[in-house]
Write a protein that binds this ligand. Structure first.
Ligand SMILES: [Zn+2]
Length: 282
C-alpha cells in the first residue's frame, strides 16, 4: 500500500498540501492556515522534531505556532533559511507583494521561531534519524531527507508537483530558481536510490526513476514556454495541464502553483544565467 501524508485540506481542497510523519518528526507542517487540521490529525502525538524542506509558507508557515505549543521541539532547516524563521518579516513582505490581500487567507500568519529551537544545517548531516542533503534549485535553502530504513525520501518541492494522476508541474517562483542546480539535486536524489518519493504536493511516488526524469523534462519544457512571456506562458501551461486533467484538476494545480509566478521565477533565472555568461565571456 502506498503511504499517504496528512492531507491538510489546503483551501478546503483535498490532495494539495500534505504533511509527512516519520518516527520522530513531522516533515513540513504546512501553512498556518491549516494548523487546526494538522493538530486534529496528529491526535495528541508530539514529534521530537519538525524537519523543514524549505521555508516557503505552504511548507513552513505553521512552524512558529507549533513551537509555541511544543516549546522543546527542534526545528531543522537549511542554514540559509534559518534567519527568516527567526524573523519572518521580510519573507512576509515579499509574499505580500505577490499575493496581496489573499496572503493571509491562503497561508495564515507565520510566527517567528525562537533561536534556541532552530537547528541550522548545510546538508549532509543526520537529523531526526534522517539523512539530509542540500537540494537547491527550487529554493537556495532546500533540503531533502532520506529515511534509510524505509527508503522513503522527503523531497519537498524539488521533485515537482504532481496532483492525482496528473503530470509533473515544476514550481518555479522567484527569486531562487536555478535550473542547473535543480538538475544536480535530482541526480543526487536518484543516487540515493529511494524506494519512494514523498511529495508535499501531493503524496507518494512509488516509482522514483521515471518521476525524476519527468521532473527534468518538465523543467526544460516550462523553461521553453517561459520565453513566450508571462501571459502566453500562463495560457500554454494551462493548456498543457488540460491535455490530461479535468478543469477542476487544472484549478487545483493553479491553486498550488500560481502560474504567473512560475514564469517570473524562470525568467529571473534566465536573466541571471545570461548576466553570468556575459561576465564570463566579456
Ligand atoms: Zn510547495
Amino acid at each position: 500500500m502506498p503511504s499517504t501524508p496528512i492531507d491538510l485540506q489546503f483551501m478546503s481542497r483535498p490532495g494539495l498540501i500534505g504533511a509527512w510523519r516519520t518516527a520522530d518528526a513531522i516533515v513540513d507542517p504546512g501553512p498556518a492556515s491549516t494548523l487546526p487540521t494538522l493538530l486534529r490529525r496528529l491526535d495528541g502525538w508530539r514529534p521530537r522534531a519538525i524537519a523543514l524542506t524549505h521555508i516557503h509558507f505552504d511548507h513552513a508557515g505553521a512552524v512558529g505556532a507549533l513551537v509555541r505549543r511544543w516549546p522543546g521541539v527542534e526545528v531543522i532547516v537549511h542554514a540559509a533559511g534559518a534567519r527568516h524563521l527567526a524573523d519572518p518579516a521580510r519573507l512576509w513582505e515579499s509574499a505580500k507583494r505577490v499575493f496581496g490581500d489573499e496572503l493571509e487567507l491562503r497561508f495564515g500568519t507565520m510566527l517567528p521561531v525562537p533561536a534556541q529551537n532552530i537547528r541550522a544545517l548545510d546538508g549532509g548531516e543526520r537529523a531526526a534519524g534522517l539523512r539530509t542533503a542540500a537540494t537547491p534549485g527550487h529554493a537556495k535553502h532546500h533540503l531533502a531527507y532520506l529515511d534509510e530504513d524505509s527508503g522513503r525520501a522527503y523531497v519537498g518541492d524539488v521533485c515537482g508537483v504532481r496532483l492525482g494522476a496528473g503530470p509533473v508541474l515544476p514550481p518555479t517562483p522567484p527569486p531562487d530558481v536555478d535550473l542547473a542546480l535543480w538538475r544536480r539535486s535530482l541526480e543526487l536524489i536518484a543516487a540515493w536510490g529511494p524506494s519512494e518519493l514523498a511529495l508535499t504536493h501531493f503524496g507518494a511516488v512509488a516509482n522514483p526513476g521515471p518521476h525524476l526524469e519527468e521532473v527534468a523534462a518538465a523543467l526544460a519544457e516550462h523553461d521553453r514556454l517561459r520565453r513566450g512571456g508571462e501571459q502566453r506562458y500562463v495560457r500554454d501551461a494551462r493548456r498543457l495541464l488540460a491535455r490530461t486533467c479535468t478543469p477542476q484538476q487544472v484549478a487545483d494545480y493553479e491553486l498550488t502553483v500560481p502560474l504567473d509566478q512560475n514564469q517570473r521565477g524562470l525568467q529571473m533565472a534566465h536573466e541571471r544565467r545570461r548576466a553570468r555568461d556575459a561576465t564570463e565571456t566579456g
